[in-house]
Design a protein around this ligand. Structure first.
Ligand SMILES: Cc1ncc(COP(=O)(O)O)c(C=O)c1O
Length: 476
């Protein structure tokens, strides 16, 4: 029987070996060395097509603005564009990359809490679909820039309507206590101040983002209803007829498809990592709530020709990426947990030290994120031997378990018996917020990345840093 983590035509076991979109992971590790990120273009396309299916349930045009922050490697951006995605950027740097890889301005929206005048000018000159303003101060800044360069800017306002979701604290983004956006009454005041025929500000939409890895469809329905209610109030009180509503990102990925480690999490953490929502179903439910509200308020006409935007990051790229890592060291240590207090001679723990630490998988440290681990050369073997896993960094916290002892990660990882230095392991679902956040800590160069293209060709899309790359931009 196939292990539960396998995915047909993508993550497979053939002759006991892990294959990723047809490529043998061991061959990739041999050819490109480790740590190595392996991405699958067919899987990216599959994930975008899955999101596209949500369009049919609303009957509105759906703009899928992939959140570049999740992974903005240029070849990944191109794969997203070729799969029919639009783009959400969060800085002038991401805007630069987006335009360079061929996204048209009308495919791009620009988020962020701390935009500079230069970034606003670049977005306005390019004529992007919308700059998502984060505060009244920022709207004024956009207007000033637009007036100076004599070109109107398309602007959408980010709201924080106090919607809570069951995600981690640091991933909540629609609460008044969060750092994002503006309160709905501030937004209303802005729509009153800047009229529909304003020369330099085209206030065309509203936006919210409830947070990442949301486990609940009902939260999306609440968010969508809130957006519609704001759209209605804005129309009634200011005459602005909005052309789009932006529901943000946050569709979850099931990191616990293989449940062999699931018993080791606290129940909240388990539910969080095992969250599974079908975007089509989420939008069906949310849309029916919005339609009902529109009917009841006699405002269905405001939905004619409305465009819906979503900003998925994780759900596009997370499971499309696998991190291959080599065991570089092995040692025995006294048991951290003694299962039988009577036992006089504790069996030692077996520790495996890999070449993948939080320098390339930062979320493993910041959010105690779980990435399921499998043996590359014995992928089909029984994974039931317990190991303590750790990365290569000089920090005691560079480990694959929860050093605080709060059960946010399993204490032990399950692999076949007798794993040895030199064995290659694969961390699954690592495509989001990993390569986008990696850094050269401890003088460790950034890893190589390969993309398996449609048809199976393997392409190097980021070369491994050499020692000389550690000196880039240092002046000495
Ligand atoms: C404004 C905004 N949109 C979209 C996203 C993407 O979220 P996710 O990757 O969970 O889909 C984020 C993530 O932080 C965000 O801040």
């Amino acid at each position: 029987m196939n292990p539960a983590w396998t995915i047909e035509n993508f993550l497979e076991v053939k002759n006991n070996q892990l294959h990723i979109s047809g490529a043998a992971a061991a061959d990739l590790a041999n050819r490109f060395d480790t740590p190595l990120f392996v991405f699958s273009e067919p899987r990216i396309r599959h994930n975008i097509n899955r999101l596209k299916r949500a369009e049919a349930v609303t009957g509105c045009r759906l703009k899928i603005c992939y959140a570049a922050k999740a992974n903005s490697n240029m070849a990944i951006l191109r794969a997203v564009r070729e799969a029919g995605g639009d783009l959400e950027v969060n800085s002038g740097g991401e805007l630069f990359k987006a335009l360079k890889i061929g996204f048209r301005p009308e495919q791009i929206i620009f988020n962020g809490t701390s935009k500079t005048e230069r970034e606003i000018e670049e977005a306005t000159v390019a004529g992007i679909y919308a700059i998502q303003a984060d505060s009244i101060y920022e709207i004024e800044l956009i207007e000033r820039v637009a007036r100076r360069i004599n070109k109107p800017a398309n602007v959408s306002l980010r709201l924080v309507p106090e919607i809570e979701t069951e995600t981690l604290h640091g991933l909540q983004t629609a609460l008044l206590t969060s750092k994002f956006g503006m309160m709905p009454d501030e937004a209303l005041a802005a729509f009153k101040h800047w009229k529909p025929d304003d020369e330099f500000l085209n206030l065309c939409g509203i936006h919210l983002h409830i947070g990442s890895q949301n486990p609940n469809a009902a939260t999306y329905a609440e968010a969508f209803k809130t957006l519609f209610e704001n759209l209605l109030t804005i129309f009634n009180e200011t005459g602005h007829r909005l052309s789009h509503l932006n529901l943000g990102g946050g569709f979850p990925v099931n990191y616990l498809r293989d449940k062999s480690n699931a018993g080791d999490f606290s129940s909240e953490q388990r539910d969080f990592f095992a969250a599974e929502l079908e975007p089509e179903e989420v939008l069906r439910e949310a849309w029916s709530v919005v339609k009902k509200t529109a009917r009841e308020t006699g405002a269905e006409h405001l939905l004619d020709n409305i465009e819906l935007l979503i900003e998925p990051g994780r759900s596009v790229i997370s499971d499309a990426g696998v991190c291959l890592t080599t065991v570089r060291n092995k040692k025995q240590r006294p048991l951290s947990e003694i299962p039988n207090p009577e036992s006089r001679i504790p069996n030692p723990d077996t520790w495996l030290l890999t070449d993948a630490g939080f320098n390339i998988l930062l979320s493993m440290e910041t959010y105690k994120w779980y990435y399921h681990l499998v043996s590359v050369a014995r992928a089909g073997a029984n994974h039931s031997a317990k190991y303590k896993l750790a990365g290569p960094l000089c920090d005691g916290g560079d480990v694959y378990f929860d050093i605080e002892g709060e059960n946010r990660l399993p204490d032990y990882r399950l692999l076949p018996e007798n794993v040895q230095p030199g064995d290659v392991l694969a961390l699954l679902n690592c495509g989001a917020y990993s390569v986008a956040q990696m850094f050269q800590y401890n003088g460790r160069g950034l890893p190589a990345i390969v993309l398996i293209r449609e048809g199976g060709a393997v392409e190097l899309i980021r070369k491994r840093d050499e020692y000389a790359d550690l000196l880039t931009n240092d002046i000495f």
